[in-house]
Design a protein. Structure first.
Length: 326
């Protein structure tokens, strides 16, 4: 597959040694750029594929459709044995699977419907979602009588209410807040796409309280330090992890996003509305994003069962008829 465009990839591809592999990587990254993926995502793709090529070379194997799946599995297994984190291995897996399907479109389908290796850390895992008790405990960690405590509490409340990404939270401006209509503007979400997400009264009230303490600054950045400087994304990330740790809970900003998504569905939210809230371009991503356990499905069925709903309707009709006769 060849992509022709005057665009250039801003990465030095000289680190690659196999000409055919290098050319396929260049075309793959150009295609990713055309789809609107962020420079950060493309950078991840670049380094993951560089590692893959080095593994091909170490095995003295050519880059062919017939051996790519086997090489990928061996590489992931090696990374697993070397102690790489499972999320790191998982990222390489998905990058390489997309790359193979791009490089060998004629053999896509069964040959490249690659599944996660089941004998390593990259096997399917249970995403972290907080329980209501855990959320309450985490939100009690910041000291609301201090500026930094109210700030951190408001950040976490916003994550829970809207499900926005850490990167989206970090770059919010005061001008992105629309209290009159109850919306927050995400100017540049994943894939450089903008969207509006609603905020409810509790979250809006917390934001107003925080803004009163924040006061006027020379910049429009929403989140600031006690000295008035804009908070960096990594600082926000670590603050949230610290509050989770102080509550004795393993968690992160992304766990708040997943918790929001699951809670939204469990309380009757529509999957397509959730897709819009999360900023997913495909409903398939939303479906995989919030895997519901059998107990979750049973809970929703208890309130949504057609038979139980019919019985409630019949009972209501009987009561109304009885009252009309009295």
């Amino acid at each position: 597959m060849t992509i022709t465009s005057p665009s250039t990839i801003p990465y030095n591809l000289h680190g690659f040694h196999q000409p055919e592999f290098q050319d396929q990587v260049r075309q793959f990254l150009l295609a990713a750029s055309h789809r609107g993926l962020s420079p950060r995502t493309i950078t991840y793709y670049f380094f993951h594929l560089l590692g893959l090529e080095r593994f091909f070379i170490s095995r003295q194997m050519p880059f062919l459709a017939s051996n790519s799946v086997m090489v990928l599995r061996d590489w992931l297994q090696q990374l697993n044995e070397q102690g790489y984190a499972r999320h790191s291995i998982r990222g390489r897996f998905y990058t390489c699977r997309q790359f193979f399907r791009f490089a060998f479109p004629d053999t896509a389908g069964e040959n490249f419907a690659i599944a996660m290796p089941s004998n390593s850390q990259v096997s399917p895992y249970e995403p972290i979602c907080f329980t209501e008790a855990e959320v309450e405990c985490i939100l009690h960690q910041p000291n609301l009588r201090r500026f930094t405590g109210l700030r951190d509490y408001t950040m976490m409340l916003l994550l829970l209410d809207t499900g926005i990404r850490l990167a989206e939270l970090s770059t919010l401006l005061i001008s992105d807040l629309d209290f009159q209509d109850g919306f927050i503007r995400i100017a540049q979400g994943k894939g450089n796409k903008s969207r509006f997400v609603p905020m409810q009264n509790t979250c809006a009230a917390a934001l107003r309280s925080y803004l009163r303490l924040r006061g006027g600054q020379q910049h429009d950045g929403l989140w600031i330090s006690s000295k008035g400087q804009p908070l960096q994304p990594d600082t926000i990330k670590q603050l949230i992890i610290k509050h989770c740790h102080d509550a004795g809970i393993s968690g992160s900003a992304h766990a708040f996003r997943r918790t929001m998504a699951k809670s939204f569905l469990m309380h009757g939210g529509n999957a397509y509305a959730l897709q819009a809230l999360l900023g997913h371009s495909d409903i398939t991503m939303t479906r995989h994003y919030v895997p519901l356990q059998p107990a979750d499905v049973r809970h929703r069925h208890e309130t949504s069962s057609p038979v139980e709903s019919l019985l409630r309707y019949v009972q209501k009709c009987k009561e109304e008829r009885k009252m009309s006769h009295e």
